[in-house]
Design a protein around this ligand. Structure first.
Ligand code: TXA
Ligand code: MG
Length: 329
């Protein structure tokens, strides 16, 4: 399959530029498109066969459900059974934006979208291209992150091209994603549960609806969110996550002979290795996946990273880094 990469400016584009993408989606094929978090690989959420193509292209386990992306809350009627008051409040506050809400599923949604669960994940992205695309299709788009399963998410069109060249017909490239880290996933089926920390912080959500529970990372057979049990975000290189500056500097010294990639946060360290410095946490979150991919291209043996405090956006960032880590010191 020939993959076409079209560049579209998120701040200045016309509907005409999206027509090809809409046509492909209407033909129950898949495409890659930008969102404000990471790139998504999407299909008509109501079409089982189209959705199946996403799992195949990503090599995604069939028991890991997808997020449905909408452009208008009217679309919820065909997706969820009921809308609890807390869901309405959060939607009003954070949509369009990087918050995914899990609710009871309606029968219209094919079972492969939700991996057989009776719940469904839904979000309204704020990225203008994504919103317009869904609106023009006139159906919601089911889309996981556009990366081969287990690999870092794509935060640039070029990352998606590296993973899916020859596997999808079209990639819409609008450059770098605004957040660079995926949406926050919260379940509102019973008591509010934070299933994945993300671009909208736990603190921000709690300000609106009160306490939310963070389930313990359980490794049993039936996790609350299937995605939690899989290996994620991993670069080819080993990743050492250092929880304090002393360990960070020590690890750099110990691995002096190796070809090392370093991602630092608190201060610039003058070393001859591949090196990436982040000014603040949002910068770190925005760059982390891109950094992993760049270091892999440079064939570094080892990535040594500095951790951050697990609060605010730091909670989501540490969740991603911990999952990518081979060693935490
Ligand atoms: O920012 C994002 O959320 C991006 C963009 C493309 O929207 N998408 C994304 O999708 O990160 P994905 O598939 O990589 O992650 C979705 C997560 C997975 O951990 C999945 O297990 C969980 O949401 N999930 C989806 N449906 C669920 C459900 N019904 N119950 C529990 N967890 C669910
Ligand atoms: Mg993903």
């Amino acid at each position: 399959m020939q993959t076409e990469l079209i560049k579209i400016n998120n701040n200045a584009f016309s509907e005409k530029e999206l027509k090809k993408a809409v046509k492909i989606l209407r033909n129950n094929e898949i495409i890659i498109f930008p969102t404000e978090t990471v790139y998504g690989i999407g299909a008509n959420a109501f079409n089982k066969k189209a959705v199946q193509k996403i799992f195949k292209a990503k090599n995604r386990p069939v028991d890991n459900p997808l997020i449905i992306h909408i452009s208008n809350t009217k679309q919820l009627k065909k997706i969820v059974l009921k809308l609890p008051i807390k869901a309405k409040i959060l939607m009003k506050e954070f949509w369009p934006g990087p918050l995914t809400i899990i609710l009871k599923k309606s029968k219209n949604i094919p079972l492969n979208v939700t991996a057989g669960l009776d719940s469904v994940a839904v979000r309204m992205p704020s990225n203008k291209i994504a919103l317009k695309l869904i609106e023009m299709c006139q159906f919601p788009i089911a889309a996981p992150s556009a990366n081969i399963s287990g690999k870092p998410s794509s935060t640039k069109g070029a990352h998606a091209f590296d993973d899916f060249n020859g596997k999808v017909k079209l990639i819409i490239d609008s450059g770098e994603c605004e957040h660079g880290i995926e949406s926050t996933v919260i379940s509102l089926i019973g008591k509010p549960l934070l299933l994945r920390p993300g671009a909208i912080t736990k603190e921000d959500i709690e300000k609106i609806i009160g306490k939310i529970i963070v389930p313990k990372n359980n490794n049993n057979k039936k996790p609350i969110s299937p995605g939690l049990k899989y290996k994620h975000y991993s670069p080819e290189a080993k990743v050492f996550l250092c929880l304090n500056q002393k360990n960070f500097e020590l690890e750099i010294q110990k691995n002096f002979e190796k070809h090392v990639g370093i991602i630092s946060f608190s201060k610039k360290i003058g070393v001859k290795n591949e090196y990436f410095f982040n000014k603040n946490i949002s910068d770190y979150a925005k760059n982390v996946f891109s950094c992993f991919r760049e270091f892999d291209k440079k064939k570094v043996e080892l990535i040594i990273m500095e951790g951050v405090k697990k609060k605010g956006l730091g909670l989501a960032l540490m969740n991603r880094i911990e999952k990518a880590s081979t060693k935490i010191i």
